[in-house]
Design a binder for this molecule. Structure first.
Ligand code: XMP
Length: 513
């Protein structure tokens, strides 16, 4: 196992992710971890990047006992500056921030760290820099802007690099991390998703103990389904899944979840129909952020009430709340003082913990989406569920633009159903990252039979993306669009016109609200 000490960089978890890609297990702990309190001995330590300045008052520093472990150490960005600070304090603010690509020039060609990575593009993101060599170190690589792009101890396997090998923009970064973990640390390559399942199940059993019960919401989406199935494997019926029908779910969703998760996967599931409650609260509301808040708060309210009702009869307490949080959600919800702003508020269950005095359990916290899908497949979750497009928490409420009423939801839902059905029939579902129909709050003139009509407009959206941060629209064949449009206007009352959204993200977002 490699120990990653996290100094708060938004890329820190990518380090563990990259190591997993060549089957090396890494555990990430906060940079403040006391080394004497570790219950295991790492094969090597990586000090991550971070948003601070090592010389600033209150900046985080590593426990110096890390050097007593006598294992290889790699400092990345802030981690390197930390090594330099400890060994002579040669760190200062650079004249300008360096952000973006640079070419790595390896000076010490015999360094095992740089085998196969010379002259590659590396990704820089720093404001501070070394203004001299740390005591006992030598330069092993440079870049145009950074004379100390790579440093190494003269006597020990301690390395520092200014760039971020963990991001994909560093072309050979993965090779560098592999060099460090395998050639330098001699870490074993035995991490697999199968092992992850065993370890995670054991971890859950240890955390939850022999009697406590766990509650968690499921939505029918991939993440909560995989998390729920893992809990079921770990503690059986002591895990209680709750599905809240908020009235803005996809067509037949509550029944489908009952069938797939309850019957199919054997998860101890309660489905609550709270649709009237949600729709009543949404009455008259048109602002998207208000809709999100109302749905989030109502969800918490309903969930708490239902959790009270399903209190286990044998007197055991519900002590834990399961959440299918993935790593990208973790990054998103840690708001640094830096430039990352909330564009839309996505996550809405945080309040449960405080109100219900529950402890959080997040078995997917370290994983990325594709890893979760792999995990889901290994857990025997059907393909269609594992590869389902994401669906936003506020559901169709943010796809009915303007006021959300039962009638409007029914129109949007039916159009969406037809659209998705045609996508599946055309064999395109797995090629598209996300597709849905939106109901626009405008009326448009049409003609049906001999009648002039004046009805609403459906906008179809389909995007391709790897991370949902940027996205492009999906290039359907015209014949496909023609068929979907004709089915929607013919089969959905209240719609007289269909359009296809051909904007990318940015400047548009995936959802319309
Ligand atoms: P945007 O519209 O921000 O969408 O480009 C990116 C991804 O996030 C989903 N999304 C949400 N998910 N609650 C959610 O759980 C929300 O409020 C929300 N808004 C957007 C969207 O469906 C897409 O997958």
């Amino acid at each position: 196992t490699i120990l990653v000490l996290d100094f708060g960089s938004q890329y820190s978890h990518l380090i563990t992710r990259r190591l997993r890609e060549f089957n090396v297990y890494a555990e990430m702990l906060p940079c403040t971890q006391k080394i004497s309190e570790l219950t295991w001995k790492p094969k090597g330590v990586i000090l991550s990047g971070g948003p601070y300045s090592v010389y600033a008052e209150g900046a985080p520093h590593v426990d110096h006992d890390v050097f007593k472990l006598d294992v290889p150490i790699l400092g990345i960005c802030y981690g390197m500056q930390e090594l330099a600070w400890i060994n002579g304090k040669n760190v200062a603010r650079g004249e300008k921030r360096e952000y973006g690509p640079a070419t790595l020039h390896v000076v010490d060609k015999s360094s095992p760290l740089f085998e196969g990575v010379d002259n590659s593009i590396v990704w820089m993101s720093h404001g501070d820099k070394l203004n001299g060599l740390p005591t006992g170190f030598k330069t092993i690589a440079t870049s145009n802007n950074s004379p100390y792009c790579g440093i190494a101890s003269e006597t020990k396997p301690i390395y520092g690099i200014q760039f971020h090998p963990e991001v994909t923009h560093s072309a050979k970064g993965k090779i560098l991390l592999k060099n460090f973990a395998i050639n330098i640390c001699k870490a074993s390559q035995n991490w697999t998703m199968e092992n992850f399942i065993d370890t995670e199940i054991n971890r859950i059993r240890t955390i939850v103990g022999p009697t406590a019960e766990v509650i968690g919401a499921v939505s029918g989406g991939v993440d909560s389904t995989v998390a729920a199935k893992l809990m079921k494997e770990a503690i059986g019926n002591r895990f209680h899944a709750i599905m809240v029908d908020n009235g803005v779910l996809r067509m037949n969703e509550a029944e489908n979840v009952k069938k797939n998760l309850g019957e199919g996967l054997g998860i101890n599931l309660t489905v609550i129909d709270a649709s009237e409650e949600f729709l009543t609260k949404l009455k008259g509301v048109t602002d998207p952020e208000k809709k999100r808040k109302i749905i989030g708060n109502t969800f918490i309210h309903v969930f708490e009430r239902e959790a009270e009702r399903i209190k286990p009869k044998d007197g055991d307490e519900i002590e834990f709340l399961l959440q299918g949080t993935l790593y990208p959600d973790v990054i998103e919800s840690i708001s640094f003082k830096g430039p990352s702003q909330t564009i839309k508020t996505h996550h809405n269950v945080g309040g449960l913990l405080d109100n219900m005095k529950l402890k959080l359990i997040e078995p997917l916290r370290e994983l990325f989406k594709d890893e979760v899908r792999h995990l889901g497949e290994l857990l025997g979750i059907p393909h269609d569920l594992v590869w389902r497009h994401p669906f936003p928490g506020p559901g169709i409420a943010i796809r009915v633009l303007g006021e959300v009423t039962k009638e409007q939801v029914a129109i949007a839902r039916k159009a969406d159903y037809i659209y998705i059905e045609e996508i599946v029939n055309a064999g395109l579902y797995d090629k598209i990252s996300q597709a849905f129909a939106c109901l626009l709050p405008v009326k448009s003139v049409g003609v049906m039979g001999d009648q002039r009509t004046y009805e609403q407009v459906i906008a179809l959206r389909a995007i391709e993306t790897t991370d949902f941060m940027t996205a492009d629209w999906f290039p359907f064949e015209h014949g496909f669009l023609k068929k979907v449009a004709s089915r929607i206007v013919n089969e959905v009352d209240g719609v007289a016109r269909v359009t296809y959204d051909i904007t990318s993200k940015p400047p548009a977002t995936v959802e319309w609200e």
